[in-house]
Design a protein around this ligand. Structure first.
Ligand code: PMP
Length: 460
């Protein structure tokens, strides 16, 4: 007879294939099983408390115990649990959420298309760009420009836009025409003696040279996260985004802001594009849109994009694209209530107000012997670890020190995330000064313990 594992821990190992996991290591190590949440904290099944300073996956703006979202979901499940939005069908939650998104996003972004995830949203963006250029009679205008270390998702097209080796190696990606440009991260990628202005100028020249070499008539769009998130929290230098926007405009290339992490106050402004001074043609949101209580993403486009797509649907008779869950009523009802909570509690203002305390607090670790650079804006930050701050030499093997620090943080009751050499922070927008004080203290203790360990291993 089939022997069934008798604990949750054993059942997880027996039955689950985890995303983003070394599966063989998981068989030995097993899972950390979360039980419940309370505000900015979560608790595991052993009863241990953690500050969740990555907000789940950069997403739980309102914290882990917002009953208003549970109530709204329950009411919607009773009233109309599901309906689709294909072929002229609609329902109130998707209409009201689309209206709200047009109101909240920058001027000029006027129409909304819903998907279930950020990856699906970016795949949809690729197809929108292809579809509209076919409709406009320029079928060669299909290529995308992205950046090394970008994260735009993991489906076939979005995973091609992503610029991280782990998402492409052995997955046969990229599978669509895309060129990845230099990551706009001065500390890591500046050349010897280069000022920040010169670095920005070099990146903008690289962009323009690439467009001219490949031919502007072959390039459909440039996509970028205003602040790069999952690649390691990279804050672009001053002038980078306005420069990119100007070049895209000059060569009639659509500009896509992937605000899946940045959107709804994360950077200290409602949208990252507002923080960095540009207006995209297409803006992609997800994560904080519902605080990830339900899966949902939204693409908001300007009239130029909408009209070109709509004209082509009139020619072809339809837009042959959409998901069963596009504009799901429960997800949209939760999203709308979540945005109301963000506004009522002024959580975007909270991120702006707490920025100095959070960012300065983390920068106090800039002189720590394990730290290379501390960077961030609003309530998103990265602490990059380095063996040698001046030469930017990383610890060996790659990423091991960040993994060690993150493991020690968990022991101290703090969840953060290691992305390559960087420890990433992205706490829920509901955090208070007291929460941040405790988060910084726990991080400091973990960093000091990592230093003791590194010394005992002869690594520093
Ligand atoms: N874009 C960005 C900027 C992201 O950070 C992510 C997820 N981390 C995605 C897209 C993909 O979203 P999802 O995981 O919902 O597919």
């Amino acid at each position: 007879m089939n022997q069934r594992p008798n604990s949750l821990h054993a059942a997880d190992i027996a039955y689950t294939m985890h995303p983003y996991t070394n599966m063989r290591l998981h068989e030995e190590k097993g899972p950390m099983i979360m039980s419940h949440g309370d505000g900015a904290k979560v608790y595991d099944t052993e009863g241990k408390e953690y500050y969740e300073a990555l907000a789940g996956l950069w997403s739980v703006a309102v914290g882990f115990s917002e009953n208003r979202l549970a109530d709204v979901a329950y009411e919607q499940l009773k009233k109309l649990p599901y309906y689709h939005t294909f072929a002229h069908k609609s329902h109130e939650p998707s209409i009201r959420l689309a209206e709200k998104l047009v109101e909240m996003t920058p001027e000029g972004l006027n129409k909304v298309f819903f998907t279930n995830s950020g990856s699906e949203a970016n795949d949809t963006v690729v197809k929108m760009v292809w579809f509209l250029n076919n409709g406009l009679g320029r079928p060669e205008k299909k290529k995308f420009l992205s950046r090394n270390k970008a994260y735009h998702g993991i489906t076939i097209a979005s995973g091609s836009l992503t610029g991280l080796p782990a998402n492409q190696k052995d997955f046969d990606l990229p599978a669509i025409p895309v060129t990845h440009l230099t990551t706009p991260h001065y500390w890591k990628f500046a050349e010897e003696g280069e000022t920040e202005e010169q670095f920005t100028a070099r990146l903008l020249k690289e962009l323009e040279d690439t467009i001219l070499a490949e031919g502007p008539e072959t390039i459909g769009a440039f996509i970028g996260e205003p602040v790069m998130g999952a690649g390691g929290v990279m804050v672009p230098p001053e002038g980078y985004w306005p420069g990119v926007a100007e070049i895209c405009k000059k060569y009639d290339i659509l500009l896509v802001a992937d605000e899946v992490i940045n959107g709804f106050g994360r950077t200290g402004k409602p949208f990252g594009c507002e923080r960095f001074g540009f207006t995209p043609d297409i803006l992609v949101t997800s994560k904080q849109l519902t605080s990830s209580y339900m899966p949902l993403a939204a693409i908001v486009v300007n009239d130029k994009v909408y009209d070109a797509i709509a004209d082509n649907t009139a020619k072809l008779g339809t837009f042959g694209h959409g998901f069963t869950g596009s504009g799901h009523p429960v997800a949209c009802a939760v999203g709308l209530e979540n945005l109301k909570i963000i506004e009522e509690k002024d959580l975007m203002g909270n991120a702006e107000r707490l920025e100095p305390m959070f960012q300065d607090g983390l920068r106090k670790f800039a002189d720590h012997p394990l730290v290379g650079e501390v960077r961030g804006v609003g309530l998103i930050a990265g602490v990059e670890l380095a063996k040698n701050r001046d030469t930017r030499e990383a610890f060996e093997p790659a990423g091991s020190m960040a993994a060690k620090v993150v493991a020690l943080c968990a022991e101290e009751g703090l969840i953060v995330r290691n992305v390559y050499e960087t420890v990433a922070f992205c706490p829920p927008l509901i955090v208070t000064e007291d929460d941040l004080t405790e988060i910084l203290a726990r991080f400091g203790r973990a960093l000091d313990r990592a230093l003791d360990w590194a010394k005992s291993e002869g690594m520093v």
